[in-house]
Ligand binder design. Structure first.
Ligand SMILES: Nc1ncnc2c1ncn2[C@@H]1O[C@H](COP(=O)(O)OP(=O)(O)OP(=O)(O)O)[C@@H](O)[C@H]1O
Ligand SMILES: [Mg+2]
Length: 366
């Protein structure tokens, strides 16, 4: 609050891109993309291969030229209306998948590479970063003496050394061993948060985005189709494809009649869908609830769980953390998959009752 009692104006976003577009051979591979990233915030550009993530990042870095749009850092344009600052004047740090360190330089010299400060200040910054990435004492070593994970941390320190205002990371963990990856992701996140840069991280892995991001920008065919906190993107997907990007899904096809849809699980409200319009009710496997058969009867309907429906187990598989059980529903022959934490392996042919949590269903036009 300031002296007159008005709330202070929101600080300008660290990075703002507006209506960025880039075509190759007449095809827009980045199509009117706008987003903002605040200082200290991690935004993940998430999407399938070829959707334009790297091209977006390269335009912000200044190594690819947009056809149109604007890029603004701390309120000052770095690309707009004929202005195009070269990469080194944008205050941007880069880290790519092949984070190639300079093999002939020591770890310390790799980290100091982009620093212009006096010798002593440089050495201080290098030591500070080595400590931050847990590599104190590694300064005199050469890259070939380091493991993949250690090299990744040196590359992170190198990118952060000049204190970039914006950090651009393109699949920086994809070259790492699976078992190392989670630990390195968490450690990297901690360092990034400490340094306070605005981070735009490209990934095609939903798990990685969920783990790292304050905000996810979901891209498809050159466009950002949804942007928000991981919780919101997961629980309120804009469409079926957005839901399916994060987990397997079950789809119940039906028709809307008088703003209602009849399914094996009772009636669903489908306001806003025309009479006779085909709709899809989407539910993730972990939101199907299972109950036992009591001589042909299931549990009583509840407002939250709706009407139970009986299904026959087709197949059950144990995946370690969870079991997947496939059902053929008695009503309509629909096939649904439920996931259950731990071990749950009912025999094929067993009759069980399923309920779908109303608040976890998404209704989309088909
Ligand atoms: N210099 C170029 N010339 C022609 N086409 C290009 C060029 N750069 C990228 N493309 C095309 O633009 C599309 C988007 O590429 P981009 O590298 O941005 O995808 P991506 O989302 O990063 O994919 P991935 O997850 O596979 O890395 C692709 O179809 C690609 O072939
Ligand atoms: Mg890419």
């Amino acid at each position: 609050m300031n002296s007159v009692g008005n709330p202070a104006p929101a600080p300008a976003p660290r990075l703002e891109i507006r209506n960025l577009t880039r075509s190759f051979a007449g095809r827009a591979v980045v199509d009117d993309v706008s987003l903002t990233v605040a200082a200290g915030q991690v935004t993940c550009l998430l999407g399938p291969s070829g959707c334009g993530k790297s091209t977006t990042l390269r335009m912000i870095a200044g190594v690819e030229t947009p056809d149109s749009g604007q890029i603004v850092i701390d309120g000052a344009p770095v690309f707009a209306n004929g202005l195009a600052l070269p990469p080194e004047r944008r205050g941007v740090g880069l880290m790519f998948q092949d984070f190639a360190l300079f093999p002939h330089l020591t770890v310390a010299d790799n980290i100091a590479f982009g620093l212009t400060a006096a010798r002593e200040a440089k050495a201080r910054r290098v030591d500070e970063l080595l400590e931050r990435v847990n590599l104190t004492g590694f300064g005199p070593k050469h890259p070939h003496q380091l493991s993949g994970g250690e090299q990744q941390r040196v590359a992170l320190a190198r990118a952060l050394a000049p204190r970039p205002r914006v950090m651009l990371m393109d699949e920086p963990f994809s070259g790492l061993d699976n078992r190392l990856r989670d630990g390195i992701r968490d450690a990297t996140l901690e360092v990034l948060k400490d340094e306070g840069a605005a981070v735009l991280l490209v990934t095609h892995e939903p798990d990685e985005a969920m783990r790292m991001a304050d905000e996810i920008a979901l891209m498809r065919a050159g466009r950002v189709v949804q942007q928000g906190a991981p919780y919101n993107i997961y629980n309120n997907p804009v469409d079926r494809a957005a839901a399916a990007f994060f987990s397997d899904i079950n789809v119940i096809r039906a028709e809307s009649r008088g703003a209602l849809t009849v399914t094996p699980f009772g009636e669903f409200l489908t306001p806003g869908h025309a009479d006779g319009a085909p709709v899809e009710i989407v539910i993730r496997p972990q939101h199907l609830k299972i109950d036992f058969d009591r001589a042909g009867r299931g549990p009583n309907p509840t407002p939250m769980d709706g009407t139970p429906a009986r299904g026959i187990v087709q197949r059950a598989r144990f995946l370690g953390r969870e079991s997947l059980v496939e059902f053929r529903m008695e009503f309509g022959g629909l096939v649904l998959t439920a996931s259950v934490p731990g071990v749950f392996l009912p025999k094929p042919g067993t009759a069980l009752w399923l309920m779908i949590r109303r608040d976890r269903c998404f209704v989309f036009p088909a």
